[in-house]
Design a protein around this ligand. Sequence first.
Ligand code: PGA
Ligand code: ZN
Length: 428
Amino acid sequence: TVTSVQGREVLDSRGNPTVEAEVRLSNGVAAHALVPSGASTGSHEAVELRDEDPASFGGRGVRRAVANVNDVIGPWLAGRSPLEQASIDEGMCVLDGTPNKGRLGANAILAVSLAVSHAAAASEGVSLWRYLAADGRVSLPVPMFNILNGGRHASNSADIQEFMVLPVGVDTFSDALRAGAEIYQSLRSLLRADGHNLNVGDEGGFAPSLPSNRDALEMVLRAVEAAGYAPGREVYLGLDVAATEFYDEASGKYVLDREGATLDSGELIDLYEDWAGQYPIISIEDGLSEDDWAGWSAMRDRLGATVQLVGDDLLVTNISRIGRSIRELASNAVLLKPNQIGTLTETRAALDTARTAGWGAVMSHRSGETEDTTIADLSVGWDVRQIKTGAPARSERVAKYNRLLRIEAELGNAAAYAGKSAFEYLGR
Ligand code: PGA
Ligand code: ZN
């Protein structure tokens, strides 16, 4: 049983404070987890509790959340079995008492929720992925490498937040990681040859100042070819547009600075259709804004038969928003960010809800990350089949990829790479 819970204010990859929780058990096991933090956060996400005290970390401190771990959640958790994940998660939601975890903070609750799962797995003497899989099917996910960063994650770069490469058609996860790393290095060489700066954004991808979003797509495609991979067969492209960030509420239009264009939903979908016809794009995340439901339905109607349309800000890992999207035929895939909803159990419920509709799913990091690698284990143990955890560069991103290499080795001959099966639901 749990004997103590210790919260701590630690730092994330942007140098901002975040919450760590350590759970200790009566059998001597100790396990900890750290929560990430977003920059392009959706307005429907669970609350990330910050101190708003200008005297500490410019208001971004998390001492109140840490105090909630130590003084509220910890005493309540003491004496419980870490194997009771669902009832612990539900209990913390009750303890919080708000619909959006606004009292204790989703950052406080998630840190404990994840630490509990690690403690449970350690007690059982198995890896977290294996503990989570129980008797279910497991797979190594297709990595979506964000090799070119824009939007909120890089100043002076593209409007589109993420340009990704997906090595769908290779045989193993290690081959996929090698492909991602080689393409990343070839992009670096191409950018250098063209005289661009080689600085990187929050998720480790390059952040050149290119004239247009299409130029960024072109550059990424050239990098795939230069690294010797076949576009549209071995490697596909993906975008996270993060369109909520450039949606203008007042006019109801999307303002693309790089294109010098102000577009309505229909015109933005035209642009995607155009790109999808010219480039091997298999996935578009947040192509439209978080509350543009009618636009999403139109987008799915026009692109959804062949392109994965992932809801991030749209769905915020929340089963009621996923339910609405299923009913309105809005997205056809879910992004799973545990800190958008605040517990492991609710993250799993989001995946299960999406699966009942035959959707695709992607396990995801945040732009502000840590050395915590829990999402790697979740992606395997829950057979999610895709993971988005940044460029194959910067240790807070690479930590997840390296964790997946270890899991692949642990699985040995049973290490099935999801590959094309991740997109079977699209029928492509
Ligand atoms: P965020 O970005 O973590 O800054 O929200 C990631 C994403 O939009 O997928
Ligand atoms: Zn996103």
